[in-house]
Ligand binder design. Structure first.
Ligand code: CTP
Length: 429
């Protein structure tokens, strides 16, 4: 499958380095030419000889180690079709994010003009460090493909997020990137970011945009909760794009995002409702991208619930308010207060079947101006994916499809459509 392709594997100094031996074998089995470069620290975890045997190529470590003159970072960068950095330590990620080139691997990255995949692996506290998150976000927005680590038991003894993601995921992403049409048709294809980085087509200066993102968290007791798989990425992308377009942005979210606009961190649906009530009356646009739990636990236990001898356990749930429908109703009541300035309200709808039909029903039931619908039964888009494919439905029930794209581009297109269409539609719900 990868015949004729060269994959450049960059290994940095983390315990997961040993797993990369198997990744190299997977690429070799798919007929790829594999070149490997390591940081010095990586060689504490895996030997040069092992990597050399598995890749059947010289392994690069030092920048100036060859007798014959050949600027190594340029030649590695020119030869490969894709670069995969796995495991990527917090140190290397931060260096790359700041353009530092103090070893062969970081120099190659700096000179590389094809797609780069970064698969981080580190201690969970390092992963959560806002500086590392900011560096990762910067890289992601520049078009580096970040494969988020998995959660679980870590080699350092901690339990949490930081384990190198599955090798199959790295392999699949590599294959997809290497065989995309863009990659084949344009050898100079740099990053999707070249498109994403374009300045916003719309101007939201003077407008206030509220976005909700992430799945709400409904406590069961002090150590357990009910939630869902929403990653908050789509809402975050909309908030970022609105910010780029000059809007005053308020992101109400259950996730630990760090941005230089206002973020209101909440947990439950009720907290989300309170936060929205605070901001609602001064908003111009509201994007309800959060996955709100329809039910919460009726009696949240003060202490940890203990196991009993019974085989069954029943949790009594009570309905959460429909925040979106509530906002639309309040808007209608307050129409005279808003004058011509009533906010445009956009709902989101994630379905596993009858997507358009359910979305059209929801726009009627809830009274919002638009519904952005996406199919969460598909593994390649939606929830934790970096890509999405959505349908924009307005209150005349017109449907517009946005083809599969990165969530950043989808966000930009959603903003553009909502902005343009809402100027022609009346917002009374
Ligand atoms: N929503 C909300 N409050 C709720 C449930 C959903 O504000 N209690 C919002 C979501 O933020 C989203 C939209 O309503 O913008 C649609 O959410 P969805 O979960 O698809 O719809 P539900 O009304 O919950 O319907 P169902 O779960 O039965 O599909």
């Amino acid at each position: 499958m990868l015949t004729g392709k060269t994959i450049l594997v960059g290994i940095t100094g983390g315990i997961a380095a040993y797993k990369i031996c198997e990744l190299i074998r997977m690429y070799k089995r798919a007929n790829a030419n594999v070149r490997v470069i390591c940081t010095k620290n990586a060689l504490n975890f895996v030997t040069k000889l092992t990597l050399q045997n598995l890749s059947q190529n010289e392994v690069g470590v030092e920048e100036f180690e060859l007798d014959e003159y050949k600027p190594e970072h340029i030649s590695y960068a020119d030869e490969a079709d894709v670069m995969v950095i796995a495991p990527a330590t917090a140190n290397t990620i931060s260096k790359i994010a700041h353009g530092i080139c103090d070893n062969l691997l970081t120099s190659v990255v700096c000179a590389f003009r094809k797609p780069i995949i970064i698969a981080p692996a580190m201690n969970c506290n390092m992963w959560e460090n806002p500086i590392i998150q900011e560096n990762l976000h910067k890289l992601s927005s520049l078009g580096y493909k970040i494969l988020e680590p998995d959660s679980g038991f870590l080699a350092c003894g901690y339990e949490g997020k930081g384990r190198l993601c599955e090798l199959e995921k790295i392999f699949k992403t590599t294959s997809e990137l290497i065989t995309t049409e863009k990659q084949q048709s344009s050898p100079d294809f740099v990053f999707i970011s070249k498109v994403e980085e374009e300045t916003s087509a719309i101007n939201l200066a003077g407008k206030k945009v509220i976005v909700t993102a992430g799945g709400t968290i409904e406590d069961i007791d002090p150590v357990r909760y009910i939630s869902n798989y929403s990653s908050g990425k789509m809402g975050l992308a909309i908030a970022d794009e609105a910010h780029k377009a000059g809007a005053e942005v308020v992101l109400i979210t259950t996730k630990d995002f760090q941005r230089d606009y206002k973020i209101v961190k909440i947990k439950s649906a009720l907290e989300m409702q309170d936060a929205l009530d605070e901001e609602f009356t001064t908003a111009d646009y509201i994007f309800m991208a959060a996955a709100v739990a329809d039910y919460r636990v009726k009696n949240v236990a003060d202490q940890k619930i203990k196991k009993t001898s019974d085989n069954e356990f029943t949790l009594e749930l009570i309905k959460n308010p429909d925040i979106l429908a509530g906002l639309c109703a309040k808007r209608k009541l307050l129409m005279t207060d808003f004058g011509d300035e009533a906010p445009t309200i956009v709902g989101f709808c994630a379905e596993t079947q009858n997507l358009i039909q359910y979305a059209q029903n929801k726009i009627n039931q809830k009274g919002c101006d638009f519904i952005i619908a996406n199919d969460v039964s598909r593994k390649d888009i939606g929830f934790s994916s970096d890509e999405n494919e959505v349908y924009i439905i307005n209150k005349n029930l017109d449907v517009k499809k946005l083809d599969k794209q990165s969530k950043t581009i989808i966000a930009k297109e959603i903003l553009g459509e909502v902005y343009e269409q809402s100027r022609n539609l009346c917002n009374i719900g």
